[in-house]
Ligand binder design. Structure first.
Ligand code: HEM
Length: 145
């Protein structure tokens, strides 16, 4: 059989493979690769039934469970016809907010009144100055400072 190069490697969807699920047309998916084992059914040392049972779908787990030999894995290459294209994307993770939510307790109340203290000081200073000026005027008979 001709060596399979990356370019001659066909991509199949799991749906496409699923229709090849019988004795006369038997495909398997093992480790993301697609194998046409129709001609291998009668030769399979494990019997044709297991292959037919696993046809049209991902047989990776069952294949690995048997503990196939290195020879078996070499043999597989003869039946390789392509690979699965639609590797299911991971389930969308819940979107994380871009900005970390502020975990600090809200300091809004304090911030709102923070300006009041210097403002009160400024007001008191202005008042004190006015009183001082007024008193000075009175003391100097209106001549001012
Ligand atoms: C292209 C695919 C496959 C190839 C080339 C293949 C080849 C082989 C070979 C060469 C053996 C003899 C033992 C060994 O050398 O490991 C074997 C045994 C076996 N295979 Fe597969 N096999 C394939 C797929 C599968 C799948 C999908 C199953 C599903 C369960 C399976 C089940 C078995 C079983 C049950 C045995 C008998 C094990 C025993 O008697 O100890 N094989 N296979």
């Amino acid at each position: 059989m001709a060596a399979k190069t990356a370019s001659s490697f066909k991509k199949y969807s799991t749906e496409q493979v699923a229709s090849h699920n019988n004795k006369d047309d038997c495909w398997l998916i093992i480790n993301g690769k697609v194998y046409d084992v129709t001609k291998f059914l009668e030769e399979h040392p494990g019997g044709e039934e297991v292959l037919i049972e696993n046809s049209g779908r991902d047989a990776t787990e069952n294949f690995e469970d048997v503990g196939h030999s290195t020879d078996a894995r070499e043999m597989m290459k003869d039946y390789l016809i392509g690979e699965i294209e639609d590797v299911k994307p991971k389930k969308a993770e819940p979107k994380k907010p871009l900005v970390k939510p502020d975990t600090k307790p809200p300091a809004q109340g304090n911030q709102l009144y923070a300006w009041l203290v210097p403002a009160a000081f400024a007001l008191a200073a202005a008042l004190a100055y006015r009183i001082f000026v007024h008193n000075a005027k009175v003391a100097t008979g209106g001549a001012g400072l």
